[in-house]
Structures are given as structure tokens and as C-alpha cells.
Ligand binder design. Structure first.
Ligand code: IPM
Ligand code: MG
Length: 363
């Protein structure tokens, strides 16, 4: 029995709807296992800009740093898409990742047997896929300086910088190796070492870290051919470790193996995950705010509910409780309930709330 403080950042679009359902699941866990979860609701993204002018205020960041864990819905609102806008909802997410030091982003991609017929790929190719992408989250193009747009006598220019230090590479490589150790002991390090200097450093440092992990089978793969392998033979992949932008792109691709982005959770951690150890972290679905789907009780809350399970496992060291949520999700899917994005013939179509209620009840 314990008491935990969780900052909840519902954010924009479908964010509030899906976080509601994840909070329901957590409350059900609290009831069943006798824990208390204090939820501290705060603003991030477009809703925060509307109210405060900032995508993430200092006060909210401070609360997140002090909490046991952070649960986030989604950020992004088309009204801020105009390139001349100065503050973007996404800035809040990046400030949170950087501010909490969340350098390790874990994105598990598991094809659930009952959804295998459901994707755009042949069932044979994806059945049994179980891979984990470890994405570096506080470096690379997202944060490198210089980063700006300016005007020269010959016209406008824009610059982003991809930069990595050896320390940044070594610590994320370590996360990849450690996770591989708890799984099928295969690590694929993804880079673009045939072209990029950061990637050549990446490869060199990964090889140095590999000396501490002789039991792990290490493979280097160029990012373009990794994109191909993900579709061609995803079953052969166990753990992928890669830099920020490559990981962003590859995980959207990988989500299609699981049938829908609405199924994929993520954990962003300030350390190497370890069974029984509490690592500060932030948990969010990998999908965006899907503004066109918002407020219609349509969105699939499973990605966020599974993110709450990751929260229990990694930041609260409650593995039994995490498993209880994951089992509840499986049971509800096995019973034939589907949101619109994973709907197929003969299944029972439900909305966001109903899906959340069913899962909480199963817990
Ligand atoms: C993700 C998202 C974010 C990213 C956006 C919303 C800034 O696409 O988490 O993958 O690019 O990291
Ligand atoms: Mg993305």
C-alpha cells in the first residue's frame, strides 16, 4: 500500500478524452491493490498557450519534476500551424522532455494476435512481432543549436543542427543493451553512418559500450534500410536504439505493424529502466492530438491506458499492477470490443468512454 503523486497533463485534441480513460484504469488499480494516486491536473500545449501564453509554464515543470510520474495525453492544435506563430504547443512537450532530463524514450511495438488480420500488411509478416524502439529524446535535430530562420541578401534560410556528445550516445546505448538483456538479446543500432558525422560517432561509441555486453548480439543498420526491414521482416527485430529524429520517424512506421497508432504506448525516462527500481518518467501515447477526432467519443484510449501500465512498472516499480492493466486490455480485446480505428467485421464497436469503462471493470 502506498501513496503516489501523478501529474496529469491532458493537453489538446483527443488528449483529455484518452487521459480520462487512463486515469480510470489507474483508479481501478488503486482500489484493487490498495494504493492511492493523487492526480494533479495541469496544462500543457495549446490549452496552456491559450491561458498563459506559454506551452509549459515553469510552475508546471516544477510540479512534474517533483511528482512520482507524469501522464500526458497529446499536444498540438491546427490553429498554431501557421509558420509565423511564435509559440507552438509542441514546444511544451520538448521543454518537458528536456526539463525532466527524459533522454530515453521506450516505444514497444507488439502485434496482438487478435489484431493481426487488421493491418495493411500480410498477417504472416506481422504475426508475432514484438519489438522495442529506444529513441534518444533530448538531443539531435530537436535541440541542436543553431536552430533558426533568418533572411540574407539572397533570400531566406533555415538551419537545424544535429549534434551529439559521446556521453549522450553512451547513455542511450546502455539503455538499449540493458533492455535487450531482458528480452531476446539482440540490439540493432540504427544510424546513417555512410553520410552523417554524428552517426559515425554514434557507431564508434555504441561499439565501445558493446564491450560491456558480450552476451548481446549487436547489429548496425542504416536508417533507410531499417525502414525497409521494419516492413520486410519485423519479426527479426528485438530492440532498436537510435537517435531522436530517426526514432520519431521509425516509430510512426512501426506503429502500423500494430494496426493503429491508437495502440502504442511510450515511456520517457531519466535513466535506465530496471525491474524494481523507480525511474522518474513521463508517459504518453505515441499518437498526436488528432483534432478532427476530438470530442466525439471516438479516439482509442488503449495507447494511453497502456502508457499508464508502463508508468506503474517503470516509475512506481509496481509490475504486478502494470500487468493487471495489460491483461485487462487483452481481455477486453479478446471479448471482441473495438474502437473505430481497429474495428473489423463481427466485432463490437465502442467509443472512448466505453472502452475505458470495460478495461477499468476488467482490472
Ligand atoms: C512524438 C511526436 C512529437 C515528436 C511531436 C508532437 C513534437 O511526433 O512524440 O513522436 O516529434 O517527438
Ligand atoms: Mg512522432
Amino acid at each position: 500500500m502506498a501513496q503516489f503523486k501523478i501529474v496529469v497533463l491532458p493537453g489538446d485534441g483527443i488528449g483529455p478524452e484518452v487521459t480520462n480513460e487512463a486515469v480510470k484504469a489507474l483508479k481501478a488499480i488503486g482500489k484493487k491493490f490498495g494504493h492511492t494516486f493523487d492526480m494533479d491536473y495541469q496544462l500543457i500545449g495549446g490549452v496552456s498557450i491559450d491561458k498563459t501564453g506559454e506551452a509549459l509554464t515553469k510552475d508546471v515543470l516544477k510540479r512534474c519534476k517533483k511528482a512520482d510520474a507524469v501522464l500526458l495525453g497529446a499536444v498540438g492544435d491546427p490553429k498554431y500551424d501557421d509558420p509565423s506563430v511564435k509559440v507552438h504547443p509542441e514546444d511544451g512537450l520538448l521543454a518537458l522532455r528536456k526539463g525532466m532530463g527524459l533522454y530515453a524514450n521506450l516505444r514497444p511495438v507488439k502485434v496482438l494476435p487478435m489484431l493481426a488480420d487488421q493491418t495493411n500488411l500480410k498477417p504472416d509478416v506481422i504475426r508475432g512481432v514484438d519489438l522495442m524502439v529506444v529513441r534518444e529524446l533530448t538531443g539531435g535535430l530537436y535541440f541542436g543549436k543553431p536552430k533558426r530562420r533568418y533572411t540574407t541578401s539572397r533570400g531566406r534560410r533555415g538551419v537545424d543542427t544535429m549534434a551529439y556528445s559521446e556521453q549522450e550516445i553512451a547513455r542511450i546505448a546502455k539503455v538499449g543493451f540493458e533492455l535487450a538483456r531482458t528480452r531476446r538479446k539482440k540490439l540493432m543500432s540504427v544510424d546513417k553512418a555512410n553520410v552523417l558525422e554524428t552517426s559515425r560517432l554514434w557507431r564508434a561509441v555504441v561499439l565501445e559500450v558493446a564491450k560491456d555486453y558480450p552476451d548481446i548480439e549487436l547489429e548496425h543498420q542504416l536508417v533507410d534500410s531499417c525502414a525497409m526491414r521494419l516492413i520486410q521482416n519485423p519479426k527479426s527485430i528485438d530492440v532498436i536504439v537510435t537517435e531522436n529524429t530517426f526514432g520519431d520517424i521509425l516509430t510512426d512506421e512501426a506503429s502500423m505493424l500494430a494496426g493503429s497508432m491508437g495502440m502504442l504506448p511510450s515511456a520517457s525516462l531519466a535513466g535506465t529502466p530496471k525491474e524494481g527500481t523507480r525511474i522518474p518518467g513521463m508517459y504518453e501515447p505515441i499518437h498526436g492530438s488528432a483534432p478532427r477526432r476530438a470530442n466525439q467519443n471516438l479516439a482509442n484510449p488503449i495507447a494511453t491506458i497502456l502508457s499508464a501500465a508502463m508508468l506503474l512498472r517503470h516509475s512506481l516499480a509496481l509490475s504486478k499492477e502494470a500487468k493487471a492493466i495489460e491483461d485487462a486490455v487483452m481481455a477486453v480485446l479478446n471479448a471482441g470490443y473495438r474502437t473505430y480505428d481497429i474495428m473489423s467485421e463481427g466485432m463490437k464497436k465502442v467509443g472512448t468512454k466505453e472502452m475505458g469503462d470495460l478495461i477499468a471493470a476488467k482490472v
